[in-house]
Every structure is written in structure tokens, then in C-alpha cells.
Design a protein around this ligand. Structure first.
Ligand code: 6GU
Length: 264
């Protein structure tokens, strides 16, 4: 590819259409890239797409890797270091998530203000093992993981585009693949999490370690039941359905942010 991306975008479940916005694109199957993990999840295509979005060279992961597929944390986050070596400066992460917050509705967007890397705290951290100094320090700080200026830019654009269903909140990563019990949902909510999902935090840790700026979006695809009396249960098809419905909105937001050059 002739593209030399400064921005990398990870497309979450059902959000692969973000990659379709790229112009003059060159696509590579993960299976054709040496040492790249493979996607096994429905709704995750398994392609690295290079192209231009509003005049800025970008690379999109159309499909990401999850721990529940059997990948080790370092494997899940391998593409982040590939992006770093390609010259990427900013990582945009997207995901589908369940809401724990009482005031979030299905279809809402949460700009990720911070995360709780539950697995990372508990020993499943992608940075465990010998530190590769070439990428970053042994003990990287994580206090400003999500870039404040990019959050503000996103909030301003949402206001201008008339998006009213946008929140700023805390994302908690769990391993999955099962969705949460009621007791687990209450536990995560009591920790301060507004949304829960099975990705993102590990990728962000590796991105911060190697000095990338990070912006994150969660699409709220369902409410997590925090009460035994609530009826119904979530399934992956519902998650995909909602994210497909809202993908155009996320595409517009990300495109506008890139048009504003993300402060590059
Ligand atoms: Cl409810 N839980 C988890 N862990 N991940 C999700 C989700 C729920 N909804 C979408 N992704």
C-alpha cells in the first residue's frame, strides 16, 4: 500500500462499515499477514484496510481479537504495535457494550472517559513479561489514558451534529464470552463502570505504553440487567443489530473528527 497512516481505527462488533468509509483503499486479509491473529467472531470480518478518510491516511481493523477466542492478551494487542511501527500517532477504538448506567438507552453512544481493565488488574495484562524498551517504559502511567482534547472535540461535534444520545463514561473490560449475571452486573456498577464489554482496555494499555493518543467510543447495544425482576436476556444477534443500526452515526462522528485533523 502507498498509504502511510497516522490514525488507526479498530472497528467493534457490527461496526465494520467504518472501514467502508476509506477511499482508495487497500485491504489485506489477516490470514495473509505474517504472525497476525485470526478473527473467529461473527460480525468481525478479519481485514486490515488502508485508505483515506477526509484526506487523512488511516488504517482500519475490520474485526478485532478477543481473549475469549483463546488469544493471550499479548496476541490480542499485537496489531497495536504493528500500527506504532507503521507510524500511527492516534488510536481510535470502538466497541459494542452493555450499559450498567441507569440513564443510558440502547442505541446511545458513550465516549470513553476512562476504563477499568478488570483482567489486567487481575494478572491478564498484555504488558506482563519482559518489557520491550523500544516501545515504552516498564511501568507506564495510565492516569490520562483517554485523550481529553479528543473527548472534547467529539462532544463538540456531537452537539453540532445534533446527537443528543451521547454520554461520557467508564468502560469495564471483562473476558466473556458469557454475558454477566445480575450479581456481576451489580458488582461492576458498584465499581463505577457505566458500560461493560469484552475488548478495548487491553489494546488501550498497549497503545498508551508505546505513546499513542487514544480516543474511544462504546455503542450501547443493550441494558445489562441489574435486577432479578427485569425480563429478557441479551444475545449476540441483538448486539449486532443495534450496532449496524447506529454504525452510520459513528462513521459520521469519526469522519468529522478526522476532518478536524484530531489536533494532529
Ligand atoms: Cl451485556 N456484556 C458484555 N460483557 N459485553 C457486551 C455486552 C454485555 N453487550 C455488548 N457487549
Amino acid at each position: 500500500t502507498r498509504h502511510r497512516p497516522k490514525v488507526a481505527i479498530i472497528c467493534g462488533s457490527g461496526l465494520g462499515v467504518l472501514a467502508d468509509a476509506l477511499q482508495h483503499s487497500d485491504s489485506f486479509k489477516y490470514s495473509d499477514i505474517p504472525n497476525f491473529p485470526q478473527s473467529t467472531v461473527q460480525g468481525h470480518a478479519g481485514q486490515l484496510v488502508f485508505g483515506e478518510l477526509r484526506g487523512t491516511a488511516c488504517v482500519c481493523m475490520k474485526g478485532r481479537f478477543h481473549m475469549y477466542e483463546g488469544h493471550q492478551p499479548a496476541k490480542v494487542t499485537f496489531p497495536i504495535r504493528v500500527f506504532k511501527l507503521l507510524g500511527v500517532k492516534i488510536l481510535i477504538v470502538t466497541n459494542a457494550a452493555g450499559s450498567l448506567a441507569d440513564d443510558y438507552k440502547t442505541g446511545d453512544v458513550m465516549i470513553i472517559k476512562d476504563h477499568i481493565n478488570l483482567l489486567g488488574l487481575a494478572g491478564q495484562n498484555p504488558l506482563i513479561g519482559p518489557n520491550i524498551e523500544q516501545f515504552g517504559p516498564r511501568f507506564p502511567p495510565m492516569t490520562s489514558a483517554y485523550d481529553k482534547d479528543l473527548c472534547k472535540l467529539a462532544m463538540d461535534i456531537c452537539k453540532r451534529l445534533g446527537y443528543t444520545c451521547v454520554h461520557k463514561g467508564i468502560y469495564c473490560m471483562v473476558s466473556g464470552p458469557n454475558f454477566e449475571t445480575v450479581a456481576e452486573a451489580r458488582f461492576l456498577h458498584s465499581l463505577g463502570a457505566d458500560a461493560v464489554g469484552m475488548s478495548t482496555a487491553a489494546e488501550v494499555v498497549v497503545a498508551k505504553h508505546c505513546g499513542l493518543r487514544v480516543f474511544g467510543l462504546s455503542l450501547i447495544t443493550n441494558q445489562v440487567k441489574k435486577d432479578y425482576s427485569e425480563k429478557g436476556s441479551v444475545n449476540h444477534d441483538d448486539v449486532l443489530g443495534v450496532s449496524k443500526m447506529r454504525a452510520e452515526m459513528l462513521k459520521a462522528l469519526v469522519s468529522e473528527m478526522i476532518e478536524k485533523k484530531l489536533g494532529l
